[in-house]
Design a protein around this ligand. Structure first.
Ligand SMILES: [Zn+2]
Length: 468
């Protein structure tokens, strides 16, 4: 996140126009906060169903251990999905993969598709030999242990997504970001089928299970500074999660529509100048206990949301009216103020150092405060401030605020900022998607979907119409 440097008056005028322009589209359908893309929110276990028989796919180089079993069965299940859906949706037969390879990145290495696997902590598809390969020593056990089996399912589904696009005739020379976004989208389509209970082998819950998938997408995001148009780009977390959600919500036909123009129109993975500038900008972390930072945040909120009444003031103080522990910010409607736990906010606003525990990053802290500010706006609009719909509307309006932070305003988004919002929304106590009492929407999927709605709507009114 960057603070303003000059040009204030002229550019804040632009911001105001963005904030005030009401582009009223069609009538928005209300979104049910107790569901995830139409499915009930569940919190059960994810992974192989208990007692399922091994699919018995041959694995070249495997050690027959638990991870290889999980991976090979996931491949079998994803292939079953495509055997049904490729003919039904694209009128093509699905030819199974030619070879599955398991390797240990910590081992001596072997050559697959012209590359050595020594030290290759990865999973990949190569179209020339129609191979899906995975690292059973490093990548998959790490994902399985630190996140959960749904993360492993997602990785294999992603790689087979590449096999699908090759069968559908996407040219090998297509930009990497198109291939990767499509593969994330196909992953969503497959996991929807599993979440609907249609897979004979696997299960995934829409709450905890999909949180695992989104966490995996966050962890394997491009680092801040990579632009979507760069060779080898996979997408920042915000764009990867978007593609996944499109597939989950709308199915594989939506995924096939992802092309260069479509990505260009919605990508948030900007390259502001050179990679070095990007890295420097991403490393600039603004602390909320800096008085100027708080003043800039207040300015940006007042510009984004025009209140008829006096806007609330940002002040330090004990949490007000919340039922959860650890609420770092709270909206006190009677006192018309937002009480901040500055130490706590600085803690989550400080990114983790390499190999050490830490918070998330400045944007996570700023967005938590912004989310409480939107409650003043909701109160003025006559909306209920408590309950899951209020939590959704809050995420939507916070997303809208994020979309008004444009170059040259009081605050400027740095590469990686929106990914910090994603990380915040995957925490148990996410305030971005919480009601006035600090109660968070139960599914990460629903939190992020509401935030993106507001971010891409260009009109704050749409949040009140859709989340009511
Ligand atoms: Zn990929």
């Amino acid at each position: 996140m960057k603070r303003r440097q000059g040009w204030t008056i002229l550019l804040s005028l632009c911001l105001c126009l963005t904030g005030c322009a009401a582009t009223v589209g069609g009538v928005a359908q209300p979104v049910d906060p107790t569901r995830v893309a139409g499915l009930e929110i569940t919190d059960g276990a994810s992974g192989l169903k208990p007692g399922v028989l091994d699919a018995g796919l041959p694995v070249d180089g495997g050690d027959g251990g638990e991870i290889d079993k999980l991976a090979a069965n996931a491949v079998a299940d994803v292939q079953r999905y495509w055997r049904e859906h490729l003919p039904a949706i694209f009128d093509r037969e699905f030819r199974p993969l030619t070879t599955l390879v398991s390797y240990d990145s910590g081992g001596r290495g072997r050559e697959i598709c012209g590359a050595s696997t020594a030290g290759l902590v990865n999973a990949f598809y190569c179209s020339g030999e129609d191979v899906v390969a995975w690292d059973r020593g490093g990548l998959l056990p790490t994902l399985n242990d630190s996140i959960g089996p749904a993360a492993v399912m997602a990785v294999l589904a992603h790689e087979i997504g590449h096999a699908v696009q090759s069968r559908l005739g996407l040219p090998a020379a297509a930009p990497s970001i198109v291939k990767e976004q499509q593969a994330d989208c196909y992953t969503g389509a497959y996991l929807r089928w599993v979440a609907e209970g249609k897979s004979p082998m696997f299960q995934v819950s829409t709450g905890r299970g999909l949180n695992e998938v989104l966490t995996a997408l966050f962890q394997i995001r491009d680092s801040a500074g990579v632009a979507y148009s760069d060779d080898g780009a996979h997408g920042n977390a915000f764009d990867r999660v978007s593609a996944f959600q499109f597939g989950f919500t709308d199915g594989p036909a939506r995924c096939a529509k992802i092309d260069e123009r479509e990505v260009e129109g919605r990508s948030t993975q900007g390259g502001f100048g050179s990679a070095r500038t990007n890295e420097r900008a991403a490393a600039e972390n603004v602390r909320l206990d800096d008085r100027q930072a708080l003043a800039d945040l207040t300015t940006s909120l007042r510009q984004a949301f025009r209140l008829a009444a006096t806007p609330p003031t940002l002040t330090t103080g004990a949490a007000c009216g919340v039922t959860t522990e650890d609420a770092l910010a709270s909206y006190c409607s009677e006192a018309n103020q937002i009480n901040l736990d500055l130490d706590g906010l600085v803690r989550i606003g400080t990114p983790p150092r390499r190999g050490r525990q830490g918070g998330i990053g400045d944007f996570a802290a700023f967005a938590e405060v912004a989310s409480r500010y939107t409650l003043a706006l909701q109160q003025e609009g006559g909306f209920r401030l408590d309950g899951p719909v209020a939590a959704q509307r809050t995420a939507c309006l916070t997303g809208f605020w994020a979309s008004t932070i444009v170059d040259g305003g009081a605050l400027t988004l740095s590469p990686g900022d929106l990914d910090e919002a994603i990380a915040e929304m995957l925490t148990r106590n996410s305030l971005i998607a919480a009601d006035v009492r600090g109660r968070t929407l139960p599914a990460g999927f629903a939190r992020v979907a509401a935030f993106r709605d507001g971010f891409s709507s260009g009109a704050q009114e749409s949040c009140g119409k859709k989340y009511r």
